[in-house]
Ligand binder design. Sequence first.
Ligand code: ADP
Ligand code: MG
Length: 356
Amino acid sequence: PAIELDGVVKEYLSHGEVVQAVKGVTLTIAEGEFFSLLGPSGCGKTTTMRMIAGFEDPSRGSVRLHGQDVTNVPPNKRDVNMVFQSYALFPHMSVWENVAFGLRRKQVPAAEIKRRVGEMLEIVDLTGREKRRPREMSGGQQQRVALARALVNRPRALLLDEPLGALDLKLRQAMQIELKRIQREVGITFVYVTHDQSEALTMSDRIAVMNDGLVEQLAPPREIYERPATTFVAGFIGTSNLLNGTIDSVASGRALFKLGEGDHVLVAGDSHRAGDPIAVTVRPEKITISTEEPAGDVSVVRGTVSEVVYLGLYNSYAVRLADGAEVTVFQQNALDSSTTAERGDTVWLSWQPQHS
Ligand code: ADP
Ligand code: MG
């Protein structure tokens, strides 16, 4: 593994009180992986990164890089580099000088500097702009200079803390694809911090979703999206419906609960018992809406359409259930779309049991 955190805690003393920014994070990042730390502002992402880089010492726990305990090793002795949102380029230096700076300081021979800087500028697609100053470049180009400068030293891992935060949406999306390509090309471990779920879903091999100083789920993007481990993850990633109820009965590895008359929601698992409270989440696009009661081995709840919004590719329905909860349903507008539910209609919502 490239990076191992074991029970890492970071406490700060703030106005005489102990604040836990990171409350105990244990995770392993593989060599060559594109790994993201995703979570809302203040959940401890930057603090976790700074402990990997060595800018902060953990209050408890240990950090290993490439098999070596570095918990008390200073940043410059760790084989990682960090890129920040603010680029931190030298304004008076050209692109070429910015990228070459670290190598020059290490007294790398001039011919090698020339070769490595040239190679790196090609990877970040800035060949031909060597003489420009940072202020003569767009935000996206400046971020690529910062990236080249961090990569030219050939760190074994690159840490990126919200590096695209200052860019507008379109540029950010283009840079996401660009970053993924660069990572594939240089083949090193990337640890990426973001609060933007689509960014993490687009680029990552695996995502650690953080909340309040802890990792709530660590999994590949698809699993995070389709099988959120906690209600926090389900709520934070994408649009999601939360249904609350009480287990009615359990049979052959499945539990059943009802929200209203004629409803039945199937939940997989042997650990449930009748009377247990339960919360399930279902993604809007996994639900089928119909004006007749569906048959088959599916979860079904009945409700009334309170809103229909036409969104081109799909319709978004808001459906009020018997217990007052509102469920969002996305239904694709196929050419032969048979769904014609309108506001006020009674509808049945159904989904495959594995989707909740
Ligand atoms: P994120 O990067 O996810 O937004 P941070 O790691 O920056 O979160 O911060 C996590 C929590 O720790 C926040 O509540 C923040 O206020 C607190 N914190 C971070 N750094 C310090 C510090 N140097 N002193 C006191 N509290 C801090
Ligand atoms: Mg941060």
